[in-house]
Design a protein around this ligand. Structure first.
Ligand code: ATR
Length: 283
């Protein structure tokens, strides 16, 4: 008897250290799905060829990570609304020879904050740091939670203004949109925020956006989309201002769960998987 195993991969370069095979392997085991999930190191100039080759071999779907999310956006013949807004694709579905592009990053962020960390975004004053791909991917899912305020701060203020204009174009009533410079944030006196999300890549350079301590509301959640073995510089700064902090490991697991659901129609229990990953990290 032969059992057909549906094959999935994550395309990236580099990709060897991706946690996605572990996460999806745990999801598959838990939900009893007959599937495989592996890394796929696509040559930097051969992303499209790699995807098409994988499809022709019978691949069922894929995740896409750095540096291919924009190319995946261009390659997909059909895009979900959230992928269109994000301007990037992290999940591919193959249907009848067609490539469908979606983006589960923002949904993963919102689910980690609202479900795992039990912080409501509805009516919250939210500060989004950054105006690059990660911030843009979070924009629509954040707005759909109906925060009272969404303020975007970025090193280059023009990019924050462009992202703010995109947010305004969704015409989601009752969300007050604004832009701040990093200088203003460092000086303080610009109001308080209940949730501050770091979507800059500053942590990769072991740097942090500086934020005056009066910007953190008394029970502020400071969320860094990055994660590592130790707290990021942004998290350390927020901790010293008295904020609760979280890294992006939960977002990683939740965006994976959303992709898994798109492919398999089954929602895995992410809490078990997140607990295991956090345990592995401490081990
Ligand atoms: P990503 O896909 O990770 O979002 P990106 O699109 O290159 O990457 O965007 C990087 C973001 O991090 C930008 O908002 C960038 O600010 P600029 O638009 O002004 O370049 C921000 N960023 C990167 N390094 C930073 C640093 N050291 N301090 C503050 N912001 C930084």
């Amino acid at each position: 008897m032969s059992v057909k195993t549906d094959a999935y991969v994550v395309f990236g370069n580099p990709i060897a250290h991706s946690k996605s095979p572990l996460i999806h392997g745990l999801f598959a085991h838990q939900t009893k799905q007959a599937m495989s999930y592996q890394t796929y190191l696509a040559p930097l100039d051969q992303f499209a060829v790699s995807v098409q080759g994988f499809m022709q071999l019978g691949g069922c779907g894929a995740n896409v990570t750095v540096p291919f999310k924009l190319e995946a956006f261009d390659l997909a013949q059909t895009l979900s609304e959230r992928a269109q807004v994000a301007g990037a694709v992290n999940t591919l579905l193959f249907r009848d020879g067609q490539i469908i592009g979606d983006n589960t990053d923002g949904a993963g962020l919102v689910r980690d904050i609202t479900v795992n960390l039990r912080r409501s975004l509805q009516g919250a004053r939210v500060l989004l740091l950054g105006a690059g791909g990660a911030a843009r991917g979070a924009l629509l899912p954040l707005l759909q939670q109906l925060p009272a305020q969404l303020c975007i701060a970025n090193r280059s203020v023009e990019k924050a203004e462009t992202l703010c204009a995109l947010a305004a174009s969704f015409e989601i009533d009752d969300v007050q949109l604004s832009v701040l410079s990093l200088d203003a944030l460092a000086q303080g006196g610009v109001g308080q925020f209940d949730v501050i999300i770091n979507a800059t890549s500053a942590s990769l350079q072991q740097e942090s956006v500086m934020i005056a301590s009066d910007v953190f509301a008394s029970d502020c959640l400071a969320y860094d989309m990055m994660y590592g073995d130790v707290a990021t510089p942004f998290m350390r700064m927020a901790q010293s201002a008295g904020a609760q902090t979280a890294d992006g490991l939960g977002m990683l697991v939740e965006q994976a769960a959303e992709a898994f659901y798109l492919w398999r129609g089954v929602r895995p229990d992410t809490a078990l998987v997140l607990a295991q990953l956090r345990g592995d990290r401490q081990a």
